[in-house]
Design a protein around this ligand. Sequence first.
Ligand SMILES: C[S@@+](CC[C@H](N)C(=O)[O-])C[C@H]1O[C@@H](n2cnc3c(N)ncnc32)[C@H](O)[C@@H]1O
Length: 297
Amino acid sequence: MESHEYYEVAWQCRSNLLKQLASDNDNDIKQTLLSFTKFERTHALRIFLAKSVNKSTGAEYIVSEKAEFYETPDKKQPRPVSLNGLSKLWHGPNRADKVTPQEIPAYILSGLINQNEYDCVMELGCGFARRLFETFYQTKNNSIQYFGGEITKSGQNLSDMLSDMETEINFSSFQYDHMNPKPPEIGNCQNILIFTCHSIEQVPNLPDDFFEKLCGFAKNITVVHFEPFGFQARTNTVSAKNHQYVADKEKYNQNLYPLIERAHQSKLINLKWVSLNLFRLDRNNPTSVIIWEKRSD
Ligand SMILES: C[S@@+](CC[C@H](N)C(=O)[O-])C[C@H]1O[C@@H](n2cnc3c(N)ncnc32)[C@H](O)[C@@H]1O
């Protein structure tokens, strides 16, 4: 099953759950997302997709699809991670807090937003944009625009539904594919903070010109990747080999880090910060973080 076919059904199924949770929480989206995170600790999603092949064209098509949640043992609240090393990133006071893995993306992004003058924040491969909403609640900054790019229609629809319920956020969704990155209509935005979280993971190999295309999105861009690329950067440890095995089996991305290194060496971008295997959203697929900026010279 192609990754986006899986997610098309997955976000549709989660939209019914999120509608229910929103109603239980009086349409308070911040509380709804907290309830969703709690629900995920004890439930997983199972998807059945039956396909057939058109005999004359050879094209595959979906005959039936079904998705359901099933109960799992309580994964419990994961242990908080210490973010001491992050102090190098902030120009201000040391933020040596401990944060749970689910909270880390919004924590790092809000730190960057609070210290820089971004016009907008954009997530690429955002699903239903939970990370953008979480960042918005963390920063409480409603003067910047939030853009959520996603390949599935169901993910875009769900993020639109949440933004209709949250009147404070200035949010727009747009159709986006990592295999052919194109920016949405961003008006006068000149300084953009872009991020990805486990969505490049879903693309076995990014196209060679991925970073050139991203750099064309605006005059100034800063990009944060929360992606499982640790095994691509440090290859010869036992844990890197185990991680490589998982990535091969799941057809996860193999070339994010080599492409970033090449873009840095060719002076297209400047690497600002790298932390390998910083936290785990998935047990066998640790998340690394890399921050880079487009070079303006
Ligand atoms: C693991 S989910 C992560 C969603 C979101 N970033 C988050 O952290 O909640 C992976 C997402 O990548 C999206 N995706 C898969 N292939 C993609 C592609 N070629 N371009 C953009 N997004 C893609 C999926 O539809 C899904 O929404």
